[in-house]
Design a protein around this ligand. Structure first.
Ligand SMILES: [Fe+2]
Length: 254
């Protein structure tokens, strides 16, 4: 299978510091059944810049090291881009790396909110031929409280990716339940590891798919895995229309 979101390149962001740590992550990915990973270093999130050219070089160096160790995992380039008001400008300047240089861009919101200009930017990105994939919406406070915010973005043509460890329960019961609801309501299209290391942010993609098979069925897993294949090979991704998550209403005492 294919992992579309990972921090496996060494010495780039809050992923591995040393080459050997990155190699250990590739081995762990292989054990999960992964043969291709998109490396998505953080870009412009306040701490890391990681320009396109630097990432392309780092991906090449990583693949050389993997081949030297006879590991069967291929790394392809990408970026996890923070949604800022200058995103479109950066894209036009050529500083931004889409996933495997295709038409999809992995976009990260600040963890607590959805930027007020998100809907407008989604529209502008699509006009520029880019489909944004919102990274881990299940971990965003505003979306947790108002899932309709995600519904609006997905209904307008955006896509989303949930994190494997949200499904396995690593981030708690609330996030696990919400991640499952996103699958149920066609509000997400990908599951990826977002791995940073082999200990507290490990690669649990294989395990997550086993748990999705148990909670849903084999076909649900097949569709999600197929989306990642289509993404990496530049093929059309077919999506079902999303539905809204009905929230429990709290009635006040008058
Ligand atoms: Fe990430």
């Amino acid at each position: 299978m294919i992992d579309i979101h990972s921090h496996i390149l060494w010495d780039m962001d809050d992923g591995p510091r040393r080459l050997e740590d990155a190699i250990a992550m590739a081995k762990q990915a292989q054990e999960q059944g992964i043969y291709a990973m998109i490396a998505t270093p953080h870009h412009m999130n306040g701490s890391y810049e990681n320009k396109k050219e630097e990432i392309l070089q780092a991906v090449e160096a990583m693949n050389t090291e993997l081949r030297a160790r006879k590991l069967d995992v291929n790394i392809v380039p990408g970026q996890e881009v923070r949604m800022t008001s200058s995103l479109l400008e950066d894209l036009k300047k050529g500083d931004i790396l889409t996933l495997n240089k295709g038409n999809h861009l992995l976009v990260e919101f600040p963890s607590s909110e959805v930027p007020s200009y998100a809907n407008r930017m989604l529209y502008d990105l699509q006009l520029a031929g880019i489909t944004p994939i919102i990274a881990h919406p299940e971990r965003n406070q505003e979306i947790l409280q108002h899932p309709d915010k995600l519904y609006e973005l997905v209904n307008a043509g955006g896509m989303s990716q949930i994190t494997a460890s949200s499904i396995t329960g690593r981030f708690g019961k609330k996030i696990k339940k919400f991640a499952e609801q996103l699958i149920e309501h066609q509000l997400t299209h990908f599951v990826a590891s977002d791995t940073h290391n082999i200990s507290n942010r490990p690669n649990e993609l294989g395990l997550a798919f086993e748990m999705i098979t148990d909670a849903f069925d084999q076909n649900t897993v097949y569709v999600i895995q197929e989306n990642a294949e289509s993404l990496i090979y530049g093929e059309e991704i077919y999506v079902d229309p999303p539905s809204r998550i009905k929230q429990k209403k709290f009635f006040g005492i008058f």
